[in-house]
Write a protein that binds this ligand. Structure first.
Ligand code: FES
Ligand code: FE
Length: 377
């Protein structure tokens, strides 16, 4: 990464709280891109479902009779009632039944029955399936795309970042801990904070003990005063010598995950970032994923999962807290500064901020967002 060498402004402060700007960003990003809404393991059986809100759209995510994931708008084709109200459950008899006039739909969205209703002579059931949403999976993560015709496949969208963690068996891992938090900040505030380490020395003392590079406030040895401690030319951030993973003492009592090579494991941490709904942090012994969904101009929901191979949590019940502790502290520390950032942005004197060299990645994020906004009318 090159560092910014010119004074560069941030996005306008109002973009972090103005409802009209929020609506534009839903259109330009959240209603157009592939967005992660959960894990396949959240739907163990056909007919299991959960609700997911993406931007202003409310979705039902389920598995059809063949086990394939499906997503629909949570809206009945009759007169538009909400179909499902419980946040998760199982459709009895494999039918999705509207609570208003009891139209029922199959798990593939087909309209099955319109009870007690005299049908117009030209009414064709096949014309009224549920509103389907594109859905696909990667590494056990479920992604939806709300645009009628996605500009890219999920694989293209994930791109090279997915390769960073390709040897971790993500699809077979199971979530052994899930923590959901809502922060009082705009989604961009959280994503920006994730994208820079300028704040690390002051905000993350425990993480900086594990990751010496972060004490310099940078994310790559390309930007460091120190020589990279790993193999020649390997500029990736890495844990301190003798440490193996992200725990408070840098050590683990869990078995190493099979799949990654020794070279993959050597840094102790590998990132894969999928702007702006998911990042995956893979360690030799566990994987942490963070999902991000906007919940309003000044609210963002985070879902953190700690993932392990099946059976490991049962075999090591006393070590799970230990595995979670560092990540949990980091998320809490980031959450606090994100909320402080949001509050300060509201000052009528503050029109925009200024980026420091270590915040080059924010500039790239801002340029990306501006170009996305130009693509919608
Ligand atoms: Fe769903 Fe009438 S609105 S059956
Ligand atoms: Fe942080």
């Amino acid at each position: 990464m090159t560092l910014l060498d010119r004074t560069t402004a941030t996005l306008p402060a109002a973009w972090y709280y103005d409802p009209a700007q929020y609506a534009r960003e839903l259109e330009a990003v959240w209603h157009r891109d592939w967005v992660c809404v959960g894990r396949l393991e959240d739907l163990p059986e056909p007919g299991d479902y959960f609700l997911a809100d993406v931007g202003s759209e409310r979705l039902v995510v389920t598995r059809d009779r063949d086990g394939r994931p499906r997503a629909f708008h949570n809206t009945c084709r009759h007169r538009g009632s909400t179909l499902c109200t419980e946040s998760r459950g199982r459709f009895a008899g494999g039918r999705i039944v509207c609570p208003y006039h009891a139209w029922s739909y199959g798990l593939s969205g087909e309209l099955l029955a319109t009870p007690k209703m005299k049908l117009p002579s030209d009414f064709r059931r096949e014309d009224y399936p549920l509103y389907a949403v594109n859905i696909d999976t990667w590494g056990g993560f479920l992604f939806v795309n709300l645009s009628g015709q996605p500009a890219t496949s999920l694989a293209e969208f994930l791109g090279g970042e997915a390769r960073n963690v390709e040897r971790w068996p993500l699809a077979s891992l199971v979530s052994v801990r899930r923590e959901v938090t809502t922060l009082a900040c705009n989604w961009k505030v959280f994503w920006e904070n994730y994208s820079e380490c300028y704040h690390c020395p002051g905000i993350h003392p425990e993480l900086c003990r594990v990751m010496p590079l972060y004490r310099e406030g940078v994310l790559s040895y390309a930007d460091s005063r120190e020589a990279p401690p790993g193999a020649a030319g390997d500029l990736r951030p890495r844990v301190a010598p003798g440490f193996v993973t992200w725990t408070l003492d840098g050590l683990t009592r869990l078995p190493l995950i099979e799949g990654p090579s020794d070279a993959d494991r050597a840094p102790g941490v590998v990132f894969a970032s999928f702007t702006a709904s998911l990042f995956v942090v893979a360690h030799p012994d566990y994987v942490r994923s963070v999902r991000i969904l906007p919940r309003g101009p000044e609210r963002v929901e985070l879902t953190v999962d700690w993932l392990l191979p099946p059976g490991v949590a049962e075999a090591h019940p006393g070590d799970i807290e230990r595995m979670c502790e560092l990540g949990r502290r980091v998320v809490a520390q980031d959450g606090r500064v994100c909320e402080l950032n949001q509050q300060g942005l509201r000052s009528q004197r503050h029109r925009a901020g200024v980026l420091m060299p270590q915040e080059q990645s924010l500039h790239e994020f801002h340029e990306w967002l501006r170009s996305r906004l130009k693509e919608v009318p």
